[in-house]
Design a protein around this ligand. Structure first.
Ligand code: ZN
Length: 436
């Protein structure tokens, strides 16, 4: 230690401070939130409207934006600041602070180093264009880059140019996405205690008359789910299943907490609290884990069973009503959510009375494939793109979009004539359904 003179130490310290100063200066060139750009999905193409900015007269673009356009895996090593963008065919390697970049191990020299600002990393625009050639189309005059989800799909040829003429977009749904019809709620996928559906429809009309038979007037459902249920009940009635009645619809997080605690109280007379809790969870979904919080689930039974001690029981499945519903609910966008054969996957016992609204193409595809919701979502994830024509000759397209890192400002754009639904699946993925 005595070997290093104090002056030299001070000099080293000064150099370190200066270096840090210049580094941090280079690292925060812009306001990240304003420079990130916006990701769009217009039902056919994934578009990135980027904000350009220059460093030493070189245009820069967000690496995360590029990664999302390439449907790539984005990884950043915090220790050496190395960034890897991997697509199915290509691998792009960058390093924050470095001018050296690699595309499939071929070295490229960047005009300015890769920089970071907050969580966003920026690279020279020209390099991004080069690295994405063949996979992303760029309109640099409009600051737009676009790609088609999974362009390898031969049956998915879109008039690319037309979508560009659609600016400005007609419908924009911001980060607070409405709940998609495929939303998965389970023990592994709990809902926020804060979540309340943005709209709910009641089983009674303005004059207090029932629009659908229900146990109590307070029953509410997601508007699309209620409309579909009206059609279902009407068809059931003409099909000989005349005595259907709603037992329960939307339940808030607080309602569910009440039911759950009530069940624990009942059970804790014979068991200790921990066991009572475990047992209760097998009978009543713990708060946040019930599909009823979405407004997309409904419990139905028959009028006569409603008068019994257990209106919601396996018995319902054996009534003409239960059988009819099981056979026909898919035509109205509903599925019997918890089937006997799927108990291992859903973690829930057979519940022939619990219907879940997933929407028309999905209910029909689930019926045809025999998938429960968990399986179906994984199927979409694997297929990435499904084009499906229903029995009633309507064509739907289903896209699985994975954006890494997640884009909070993903925007769904659709023309007002077409049906669209966007469901967030996991942290970074979206399932978009588009139909005519
Ligand atoms: Zn239920």
């Amino acid at each position: 230690m005595g070997g290093i003179p104090i002056k030299k130490l001070l000099l080293i310290l000064l150099i370190i401070i200066l270096c840090m100063g210049s580094l941090s200066h280079a690292a925060i060139p812009v306001n990240a939130s304003s420079e990130k750009g916006q990701m769009y999905f217009d039902g056919s193409s994934l578009l990135y409207k980027f904000n350009r900015f220059a460093v030493n007269e070189t245009d820069m673009i967000s690496v995360q934006g590029l990664s999302a356009l390439l449907f790539a895996q984005y990884s950043q090593n915090p220790s050496n600041k190395k960034i890897k963008i991997s697509t199915e065919t290509d691998s792009i390697v960058l390093q924050i602070g470095s001018k050296t970049a690699f595309i499939n191990e071929m070295e490229y020299q960047l005009p300015v180093p890769v920089i970071s600002s907050g969580k966003t990393v920026y690279v020279a625009l020209d390099f991004a264009v080069l690295a994405s050639s063949g996979q992303v189309e760029w309109d640099l005059s409009k600051n737009i880059a676009f790609t088609m989800p999974y362009p390898t799909l031969e049956n998915h040829i879109i008039e690319r140019g037309e979508h560009l003429t659609q600016f400005p977009y007609q419908t924009i749904i911001h980060s607070a996405l409405p709940l998609g019809s495929l939303t998965l709620v389970s023990k592994d996928h709990p809902m926020s205690s804060e979540y309340i559906p943005s709209a709910l429809s009641s089983v009674i009309d303005k004059n207090g008359r029932y629009v659908l038979p229900a146990k109590v007037k307070s029953v509410k459902l997601h508007p699309a789910a209620l409309d579909a249920l009206k059609k279902l009940f009407k068809a059931a009635s003409s099909g000989g299943a005349k005595n259907l009645i709603i037992s329960s619809g939307y339940r808030s997080f607080q309602d569910q907490t009440y039911f759950f605690n009530k069940k624990i109280n009942t059970l804790s007379r014979g068991l200790d609290l921990k066991d009572a809790r475990i047992k209760a969870a097998t009978i009543v979904a713990p708060p946040g884990m019930s599909e009823h919080q979405t407004g997309l689930a409904v419990d139905i039974t028959t009028r006569s069973l409603l008068r019994t001690a257990v209106p919601l029981s396996a018995t319902f499945g054996n009534t003409p009503e239960g059988k009819w519903v099981n056979e026909n609910c898919w035509k109205f966008g509903y599925v019997v959510r918890y089937q006997k054969e799927k108990t291992k996957i859903t973690g829930i016992i057979s519940e022939p009375w619990h219907l879940r609204y997933v929407g028309i193409p999905h209910a029909e595809i689930m019926k045809e494939t025999g998938f429960c919701l968990e399986e179906y979502l994984e199927y979409i994830k694997k297929e990435k793109y499904i084009k499906y024509t229903t029995a009633s000759h309507k064509t739907y397209e289903i896209f699985y979009i994975n954006l890494i890192p997640p884009f909070e400002n993903l925007t769904l754009v659709s023309d007002s004539n077409s049906y669209t639904d966007i469901t967030r699946y996991g942290k970074t993925s979206y399932i978009v359904t588009k139909g005519s």
